[in-house]
Design a protein around this ligand. Structure first.
Ligand code: GUN
Ligand code: FE
Length: 422
């Protein structure tokens, strides 16, 4: 049955401004897609719909996390005293090795999915580990929860401990078994080809990833230009590539199908042009860039150049799963960058919100806005405890973004369905 939701509705169609409907109405069809929004009920032409009144609450699009590592969940908020490459070797790889044990994986992955739910993230691009069975388990947990996810079994076979290295044949076989179970059109949970990053994959592994992408038309996720030592290592491992991005491109892993690359802290010149040309989505992960001390990504420039940019928590390089908090960090980091580099503007609230909703959402289809045809992914925010009587609706949203947490999220929807605690 069609539904109409009444609330104060806020969302971004464009990066520079919010759409605000005080006491608005939003109609959703039986397929979970938005029919329209309006400030009065009759103009929605939905006389046959059930009306749900959320009163004085805020109705906003749900959060999308474009880059997060589920098996690093236990390391969230610890191990922040090293830079990227030693951090991986000393903390991250040893933890990920534990996911050979599916009991351990199930325990940790259940908490991970529940916490994404808690903070209102209804779609995510997720790295798992090399382990096919625990990756399958994670995908089933997302399915059961009703939360949308592109989940990547991680491909890696060099510069890592033996327990995290897999042969090319085993990688392909594992992927094909996940593809057989999950690669259905329109499915909420699907596989995404995930070479960890160039330093972790031999040319044969990268070639096999490119072949999977081409054969099954799967999307791609990885890391790009995150850290200076990493970039130097890539140059030595792939000496023929003209930039780090080109190393992926040569293997058909950079925009041949929808592709999201995390970080791009040092992306400029030829690499920037390549990302733009190939319509690659950038996952900006400000907390991770701070914690692992990689640098400040030039997000204003990337946006001005017309690149697609969304936000990622990158747990556990990032310490916080809450995408609202990631918006705040993105804004604050951009202010540092703007002061140092004499840029024209820093990121604004609407831009950060747009990156987390409509821009990131576009990686999952028509997701992240309340325009007609969009999938109804939404949060109902009950901000009574943060709201003092004289705030405007936009000020209430801003305060929620800066100060709120899961306690104020009253309802969560993904693709039209209310999502209850997993
Ligand atoms: N580069 C390769 N692997 C990783 C990872 O797990 N986290 C981050 N932040 N960067 C990476
Ligand atoms: Fe990462």
């Amino acid at each position: 049955m069609k539904k109409v939701y009444k609330a104060h509705i806020l969302y971004t169609k464009e990066q520079n401004r919010f759409e605000v409907l005080e006491n608005g109405y939003l109609a959703v069809n039986v397929n979970g897609r938005v029919i329209a929004v309006a400030t009065d009920l009759p103009s929605l032409n939905c006389a046959d719909a059930e009306v749900v009144d959320f009163g004085d609450r805020l109705l906003i699009p749900a959060m999308n996390d474009l880059h997060v590592h589920a098996p690093q969940y236990r390391n969230q908020g610890i191990a922040m005293d090293l830079e990227l490459l030693p951090w991986l070797q000393n903390y991250t790889f040893p933890e990920e090795m534990k996911y050979a044990d599916t009991d351990y994986a199930e325990r940790m992955y259940r908490r991970f999915v529940r916490d994404l739910w808690r903070f209102g993230t209804m779609r995510a691009c997720v790295f798992a580990t090399i382990h096919t069975e625990s990756t399958r388990l994670l995908m089933r947990l997302f399915q059961e929860a009703g939360i949308g996810a592109l989940v990547g079994k991680v491909a890696m076979n060099r510069n890592c401990p033996e327990g995290l290295s897999e042969s090319v044949e085993a990688m392909v076989k594992g992927y094909e078994s996940l593809i057989a179970e999950f690669n259905k059109p329109e499915a909420l949970v699907r596989p995404i080809v995930t070479p960890r990053f160039i330093p972790s994959c031999t040319p044969e592994m990268l070639r096999a990833c490119g072949e999977l992408v081409a054969k099954y038309r799967l999307p791609v996720q990885s890391h790009l230009s995150e850290n200076r030592d990493e970039i130097a290592l890539v140059q030595s491992l792939e000496p023929e590539s003209t930039c780090y991005g080109d190393a992926y491109n040569r293997y058909g892993l950079l925009g041949q199908t929808p592709t999201v690359m995390a970080h791009c802290v040092f992306t400029e010149g030829e690499e920037l042009e390549l990302l733009k040309r190939n319509k690659v989505m950038v996952a900006h992960c400000p907390t991770s860039n701070l914690n692992v001390s990689t640098g400040i990504a030039p997000i204003r420039k990337l946006l001005e150049e017309g690149l697609r940019v969304g936000l990622g928590s990158d747990v556990s390089g990032g310490h916080d799963l809450n995408i609202f908090r990631i918006m705040v960090y993105a804004i604050q980091m951009s202010k540092l960058h703007y002061q140092r580099n004499h840029e024209r503007r820093f990121l604004t609230l609407s831009e950060a919100f747009w990156m987390a909703t409509k821009s990131a959402g576009s990686f999952f289809g028509q997701v992240g806005s309340f325009e007609p045809g969009y999938e109804f992914d939404a949060l109902v925010i009950d901000d009574r405890d943060l709201n003092h009587s004289d705030y405007s609706l936009l000020e209430r949203l801003e305060r929620y973004i800066y100060l709120g947490d899961d306690r104020q999220i009253a309802h969560r929807f993904c693709r039209g369905q209310e999502i209850l605690e997993p």
